[in-house]
Design a protein around this ligand. Structure first.
Ligand SMILES: [Zn+2]
Length: 227
């Protein structure tokens, strides 16, 4: 038999969830309606890049190495989705001291998921950009891009909407892979892979396009907001 207390708590939680869901869907409908008549007001996405330091304390790259990838992400999100990429406080920072090996050399997919519960995840969470609304409500939470030394068999990695951070290999900033930062931030905003070569979410290559559906998913992400 459920106790009165459990029923009250459960009832209150359900009621709150119904309110949250209704508000979210109503706002979503308003935006869908606006999209249908060609109105797509600019929204904002806050991002910070954190460059890790190796065990001796040397930064994995120069702050300026991030510029081309940042500008490419800014261009893609603005042109494709009317989303403005903004710096969450400083645009690029260097980790305060030597970073743990667990965070310097990471994995992707299942490995990244496990590491999120371990030393690497703990380190990333402690060094993520924070805003008060992002922390407590998830609303307008910034995405933090950690520049790491090695991602096993990958150039970048994201756990999608599960975390507020993504990882990117330092050497990827120096190659002709400048759209990779936008690709990983796209994952964090709920986008999954596309099999179209010209698409930003195609796993490899220079694609920078987003479909109407992807634009809708991106713009509805908790990271992408009107103000
Ligand atoms: Zn990907």
């Amino acid at each position: 038999m459920p106790t009165a207390r459990n029923m009250a708590t459960g009832g209150a939680t359900q009621a709150t969830n119904v309110v949250k869901e209704t508000v979210k869907r109503t706002l979503g409908l308003l935006e869908l309606g606006a999209n249908a008549v060609g109105v797509r007001p600019f929204k904002q996405l806050r991002v910070r890049v954190v460059i890790l330091r190796d065990e001796q304390g040397a930064p994995l790259c120069a702050m300026d190495d991030v510029r081309a990838s940042w500008e490419e992400a800014q261009r893609i999100f603005s042109v494709q989705a009317h989303v403005r990429l903004l710096a969450a406080g400083p645009r690029v920072v260097v980790a305060p001291g030597p970073s743990p090996s667990a965070a310097l050399n990471v994995h992707c997919d299942d490995g990244a998921w496990q590491e999120d519960f371990d030393l690497a995840g703990d380190y990333f969470r402690r060094n993520c950009a924070q805003t008060s609304t992002g922390k407590w409500l998830g609303y307008a939470a910034p995405v933090t891009v950690f520049i790491v030394r090695d991602i096993s068999n990958k150039g970048g990695c994201s756990l999608g909407p599960l975390t507020n951070y993504v990882t990117l290999e330092a050497q990827m900033l120096n190659r002709a892979r400048h759209r990779l930062l936008a690709h990983e931030v796209g994952h964090a905003c709920g986008l999954w892979h596309s099999d179209k070569k010209e698409n930003l979410m195609f796993p490899k290559g220079p694609g920078d396009k987003l479909t109407r559906f992807q634009v809708m998913v991106l713009r509805n992400s908790r990271h992408v907001t009107i103000v």
